[in-house]
Design a protein around this ligand. Structure first.
Ligand code: MN
Ligand code: ZN
Length: 500
């Protein structure tokens, strides 16, 4: 992983270099270290605050040319609001806010990790560092001509001044691996579909082996042997062969029941014979956001040596309309033995997941399965792009996901399931059909998946609105968001890891 920015920790006593960043509360009060760093400039800051109507509100930034008495060339005063109100996620956002102000060129930045009341805790300083890295990520590999400032890669060196450097470093180590996981997921989503086709996606997943993850790649012959007729039907119209990738991280006790994460990896979705309109079709390179999240999550868990046994499984295919493509009206037999009438070849993600869910459920008998998929446009109609849709057969798992969503800012909203919706996908020719009509489109998609999970506790996250194309936020400016990596890492850390 190469980052444009570097983030490190220094003691409070270290000299200030480049841009100075201090935090103040909603009474414009700064802590003792910041007071020291500002020296005689405090009065100038007060004047600038008044002139800019800066009130120290959480996330507000006062950006001023540093007064002469200061060693720094530029001064950023970042508001925290009432310091005692700050939650864990707020420190990441504050990091993102300040990184957003350092937008180009080569800069040194010194950040005084201190609230108005005193030094930030190690975990809070680590949160700042994580936020800086998340916000600074950009995808510009294919830009050969960097004209304006904004296109130039950020080459800043952030030094976060803390009370105890060793403690901050220790707190940041696992966080840094989680950020790496998010970046991996974003990279995969952002990559163009001529570069990232199924075999290449699988190859990139094999890089997890360096971290001790066991990675098995099933090719078409292997999947044919397993009778994965639902998944294979989707890929048969593409000149790029499909793959299923199974990743196993055994950080828990030997023989302990694993947990499982499953991702939809449609590297490009034309819709197939039920072809999509051309407007925005390029966005369908992101139809593998679920699989990208699973790979990023496996990286995060393995790199921070999570004490848990985890299966990651992704079905990677390309949905194309050539002469061998699947037709509406075709009936395919899934690995479970259940038959599926294809009504619309653009409802392909559920077909991919059907076989991977069944395979993982039967082979590994996990404690739970959580799948992630950019599954339906209907979920955006229902929830917009701020929440992912959550569907589950298990209340406890749902509550834990909702809680992890609030803690990480990757929020999920629970949607209903039930027999009245399930009926919508009954078929007159086969056991089921792959679409349930206009009404409740994200729900009938989830009902379809539920027919392949049996009694395993399961949750489905429809991330069509959150995985890509979201507006720039404090923690992300790139098209691919990496949504789900931090959410699921937190779920695992809070509830499924052996305590150290
Ligand atoms: Mn589709
Ligand atoms: Zn799709």
């Amino acid at each position: 992983m190469t980052d444009a920015v570097k983030v490190g920790f220094v003691p409070f006593s270290a000299p200030v270099r480049g841009i100075l960043v201090v935090f103040c509360d909603d009474a414009l009060k700064v802590g003792p270290q910041a007071t020291k760093a500002l020296g005689g400039a405090a009065a100038a800051v007060k004047r600038a605050a008044a002139a800019n109507r800066f009130k120290g509100k959480n996330g507000a930034v006062l950006d001023i040319l540093a007064p002469e008495s200061l060693k720094a060339g530029r001064l950023l005063v970042v508001g925290t609001g009432k310091a005692s109100d700050l939650k864990e996620i707020d420190f990441l956002k504050l990091g993102g806010k300040l990184a957003a102000k350092v937008s180009s060129g080569t800069e040194d930045v010194t950040v005084i990790a201190e609230n108005s009341s005193g030094p930030m805790k190690a975990a809070q300083a680590a949160g700042l560092a994580a936020g800086i890295r998340l916000r600074s990520y950009r995808f510009d590999r294919y830009k050969t001509k960097k004209k304006d400032d904004d296109a130039a890669p950020l080459k800043a060196q952030f030094s976060i001044a803390v009370k105890d450097v060793a403690e901050a470093k220790k707190a940041f180590a696992p966080e840094s691996h989680i950020v790496d996981g998010v970046v991996i997921a974003r990279e995969l989503v952002n990559e163009p579909p001529n570069v990232l086709f199924p075999a290449e996606f699988a190859r990139r997943a094999t890089q997890l082996r360096k971290l001790g993850v066991q990675v098995d790649v099933l090719d078409v012959a292997a999947m044919t042997k397993l009778k994965m007729g639902a998944l294979l039907g989707v890929g048969q119209g593409s000149s790029h062969d499909s793959r299923t990738v199974i990743m196993r991280w055994n950080g828990g006790k030997q023989g302990e029941q694993p947990i499982a994460f499953i991702g939809k990896g449609v590297c490009f979705d034309t819709g197939g014979i039920s072809i999509k309109p051309s407007a925005s079709m390029e966005d369908m390179k992101g139809d593998m956001g679920g699989a990208a999240c699973v790979v990023g999550l496996m990286h995060a868990l393995a790199a921070r040596k999570a004490k848990v046994n985890v299966i990651g499984a992704i079905g990677v295919v390309e949905n194309m309309p050539d002469g061998n493509a699947q037709r509406p009206g075709d009936i395919v037999t899934s690995m479970s033995g259940q038959t599926i009438e294809i009504i619309n070849t653009d409802a392909e993600g559920r077909l991919v997941l059907a076989d991977v869910l069944w395979y993982v459920g039967k082979k590994y008998k996990p404690k739970f399965m959580i799948d992630l998929a950019t599954l339906t446009g209907a979920i955006m109609v229902a929830l917009g792009i701020d929440y992912a849709g959550l569907f589950s057969n298990n209340d406890k798992l749902s509550e834990r996901l909702i809680e992890a969503g609030q803690e990480t800012g990757e929020r999920v909203w629970r949607m209903p399931l039930g027999p009245e919706y399930d009926k919508q996908i009954d078929s007159q020719f086969a056991d089921m059909k792959n679409t349930g009509g206009r009404n409740g489109g994200s729900i009938t998609a989830a009902q379809f998946l539920q027919r392949f999970v049996d009694n395993t506790p399961w949750a489905h996250l429809d991330i069509a609105g959150t995985a890509m194309g979201v507006p720039a936020s404090d923690l992300n400016r790139s098209w691919g968001s990496g949504f789900g990596v931090r959410l699921l890492n937190r779920l695992v850390a809070d509830h499924y890891e052996a305590k150290k």
